[in-house]
Design a protein around this ligand. Structure first.
Ligand code: F42
Length: 144
């Protein structure tokens, strides 16, 4: 099993550490927004390292919607390439960790349905999309 390599951004790595150490009792929201966050464990597509990324919690039934927004940056977060290379992920939601399979949503009707759910859960996603001509990728993580 490859080892976990924390995010180089300390606030991200710290959130993962707190969330996991407390088994989802602390560190489970996006700072002062109070909005819920999940932790997605994925495999580095270049290093094979275990990577863990906090994302806003966007639930669609038993599935999760994973939004590669990166604050509306002109380029995808690199975890995008990890999920494309290895769709098997683990999603931690509070104290529950489940094996899931992530797929990028390409169907326009499905994407707009899921985008609406994502923006409802975290309105800034729309601002991020408005500020970049990169189409922000949307993944669905379904139970494995
Ligand atoms: N990011 C989002 O995109 N969407 C969200 O909804 C979101 C919510 C959120 C909530 C709380 C929080 O603390 C962070 C949140 N983030 C959200 C930020 C998210 O957790 C990520 O930090 C952010 O999306 C950037 O992801 P990233 O994968 O681009 O991270 C960079 C900084 C990174 O970790 N780079 C590493 C490095 O060393 O520079 C490499 C990481 C990696 O996966 N490397 C791969 C490997 O093989 O190991 C190769 C990847 C490649 O192809 O280059």
């Amino acid at each position: 099993m490859s080892e976990y390599v924390p995010s180089p951004s300390s606030w991200v790595a710290d959130q993962v550490e707190l969330y996991e150490r407390t088994n989802g009792a602390e560190g489970t929201t996006l700072r002062k927004t109070g909005l819920p966050v999940v932790i997605v464990t994925n495999k580095g597509n270049k290093t094979g390292a275990v990577r863990k990324i906090p994302l806003m919690r966007v639930a669609d039934g038993k599935n999760y919607v994973l939004v590669a927004s990166r604050g509306g940056a002109p380029t995808h977060p690199v975890w995008y390439y990890n999920l494309k290379a290895e769709p098997k992920v683990e999603v931690r939601d509070l104290g529950v960790v489940q094996s899931m399979v992530a797929r990028e949503v390409s169907d326009t009707a499905e994407r707009s349905r899921l985008w609406a759910i994502a923006v409802e859960a975290y309105p800034p996603y729309q601002e991020y999309q408005d500020k970049t001509d990169r189409q922000i990728p949307v993944f669905v993580a379904e139970p494995a």
